[in-house]
Design a protein around this ligand. Structure first.
Ligand code: TYD
Length: 204
């Protein structure tokens, strides 16, 4: 049996992290070996790059290149070996986040994004991408309630996050085979049911 590569996406405050945890456990309960990881990060080098990316002001293209540099390392060290072993990989954000945040949010030229995506993972896309979508004001409220220090992206203005959200939805429209939009503004139990159905449908 071969494993699957599942990515989780959404604007800040969409609640995807708790779903990552829950789905990983659900898959383990179904006998799967699961690697849970995140971007930017997932390797020792990637986590150091994450620290910089989330806190240090930098040029948009520097930011994009570092996202993809961390991703290259992550693929080589973690994602590709795990998939080769037949394990499931659950990744909290992947290239769709670069498309949405650096492309939609910050206005990076789409052709530059496409070049980097082709360079770093021309032959690999997630088997399934779960896009957690909800209105901005509700996402903001969740972030404020969490009451912690905000990173560089979370500190961005509402219009930035609105462009991120629209870019995600636009990408989902064009990648309907692998991307599924989930209404994140519903009770946890209902979201879990949706997740179970979607993941079962790609073949356990
Ligand atoms: P996030 O995944 O939301 O982590 P946490 O739940 O711990 O806050 O934080 C990562 C941030 O990095 C998020 O605001 C989006 C941003 N990001 C990009 O801008 N581009 C990318 O390619 C990736 C992977 C993340």
């Amino acid at each position: 049996m071969s494993g699957k590569f599942i990515t989780f996406e959404g604007i800040d405050g969409a609640g995807k992290s708790s779903h990552v945890e829950w789905l990983s456990q659900w898959l383990r309960d179904h006998g799967k070996t699961v690697v849970v990881t995140r971007e930017p990060g997932g390797t020792a080098l990637g986590e150091r790059l994450r620290e910089l990316l989330l806190n240090e002001p930098m040029h948009l293209e520097t930011e994009t290149l570092l996202m993809f540099a961390a991703r290259r390392e992550h693929l080589a060290q973690v994602i590709e070996p795990a998939l080769a072993r037949g394990e499931w990989v659950i990744c909290d954000r992947f290239s769709d986040a670069t498309y949405a945040y650096q492309g939609g949010g910050r206005g990076l030229d789409r052709a530059k994004f496409a070049t980097l995506e082709h360079w770093v993972h021309a032959h690999l896309q997630p088997d399934l991408t779960l896009l957690f979508d909800l209105p901005l004001d509700i996402a903001r409220e969740r972030i404020v309630l969490a009451n912690r220090v905000l990173d560089r992206f979370e500190q961005e203005r509402v219009d930035f996050h609105d462009r991120v959200r629209q870019a995600y939805l636009d990408r989902a429209q064009h990648h309907g085979n692998r991307m599924r939009v989930i209404d994140a503004n519903q009770p946890l139990e209902d979201i879990r049911k949706v997740l179970e159905n979607i993941v079962s449908s790609i073949g356990l």
